[in-house]
Ligand binder design. Structure first.
Ligand SMILES: Cc1cc2nc3c(=O)[nH]c(=O)nc-3n(C[C@H](O)[C@H](O)[C@H](O)COP(=O)(O)OP(=O)(O)OC[C@H]3O[C@@H](n4cnc5c(N)ncnc54)[C@H](O)[C@@H]3O)c2cc1C
Ligand code: FES
Length: 277
């Protein structure tokens, strides 16, 4: 059992969970993830490690409420325990001195990209952060990310910020204006990572995405997280989750992610009827 130290709603639909897991906090690196099970009868779901504190022994993830498991997690509180919290899983993100790196994040990816941006900055890169939100009130961790960025942009549809464009156009505008961008990292929903990859392709800027296929065991045993990259079969949990976005078979990923759609809707309806009759 792992104890929850904090569970907080950051903005509507997006929550932070901090769990006491000293072994994971001691070993984890940017880009890795944990598998959490909200209760004894629940399912195992992967969440990216968004931050950690070695001294406190805690690991933080930020999640978007989409279905039964994330709904269950959003109802937990400090002091509760979860039966499964394993990690760190996956290969860490590749962190080197590339020059100028653009970090593009949206929804839960705003938090997930934070440790990557921080490590890239510490490795001596110039970091440009671009965050995408549907509306201003959905932005969180702004100060944390600004602190790790040389330049900071927000794309919000009702913008008080820099622009109202969806992130790929913002990216293209920045690429055209900047002297040279050596690498792009994109984390968030599948569509955001796909469109970021498409936006950078004509400029041949290496674009790394953190793939989010359905995962079960997270250790390369079940095959659920199979993706095709550069024509080869990969298991995202052990070979990734980071891959070159220009080489991913996105159509396959979109279709495999929808595989259990009917069951997921039924499960959520069942859960809602039970808890909100
Ligand atoms: C490596 C990795 C890291 C991730 N990091 C985060 C994160 O930091 N924050 C966050 O909010 N989300 C993250 N996700 C996605 C998260 O795992 C899903 O949103 C979650 O599993 C949905 O579960 P649910 O029961 O609430 O929703 P469901 O109703 O069961 O599913 C909703 C949708 O989520 C996806 N999904 C369902 N089950 C899984 C599963 N076991 N594994 C992966 N995707 C699934 C499917 O596409 C599905 O259509 C990550 C996924 C992966 C693979
Ligand atoms: S989640 Fe089972 S092989 Fe990757």
């Amino acid at each position: 059992m792992a104890k929850i130290l904090q569970r907080e709603r950051l903005v509507p639909n997006i929550h932070l969970i901090e769990v006491y897991a000293p072994e994971i906090a001691r070993k984890c690196k940017p880009g890795q993830f944990v598998i959490i099970m909200p209760d004894e009868r629940g399912e195992r779901i992967p969440l990216t490690i968004a931050d950690w504190d070695k001294e406190k022994g805690s690991v933080t993830s930020v999640f978007m409420v989409v279905g039964t498991s994330t709904n269950k997690l959003s109802n937990l509180k400090a002091g509760d325990e979860v039966p499964v919290f394993v990690g760190p899983l996956g290969r860490p993100s590749e962190i080197k001195k590339y020059g100028t790196v653009l970090c593009a994040g949206g929804c839960y990816g705003i938090a997930a990209i934070y440790p990557v941006a921080r490590a890239l900055k510490r490795a001596g890169n110039k970091v440009i952060t671009v965050l995408d939100v549907k509306a201003n009130y959905l932005l969180y961790w702004e100060e944390k990310l600004r602190a790790e960025s040389d330049r900071f942009f927000v794309s919000a549809r009702d913008s008080f910020y820099d622009c109202r464009d969806y992130i790929p156009r913002t990216l293209r505008n920045i690429i055209k204006k900047e002297i040279e961008i050596h690498r792009v990292i994109s984390i968030g929903c599948t569509y955001l990572m796909y469109t970021c990859s498409e936006a950078t392709k004509p400029y041949r800027i290496k674009t790394v995405v953190s793939l989010n296929p359905i995962m079960v065991d997270g250790t390369g045993m079940c095959g659920a997280c199979r993706v095709t990259v550069d024509g080869k079969t990969k298991f995202a949990c052990v070979d990734g989750p980071d891959f070159d976005g220009h080489l991913v078979d996105w159509e396959e990923l979109f279709s495999r992610r929808k595989f259990y759609f009917e069951d997921e809707i039924q499960s959520l309806c069942h859960w809602e009827r039970k808890y909100f009759p």
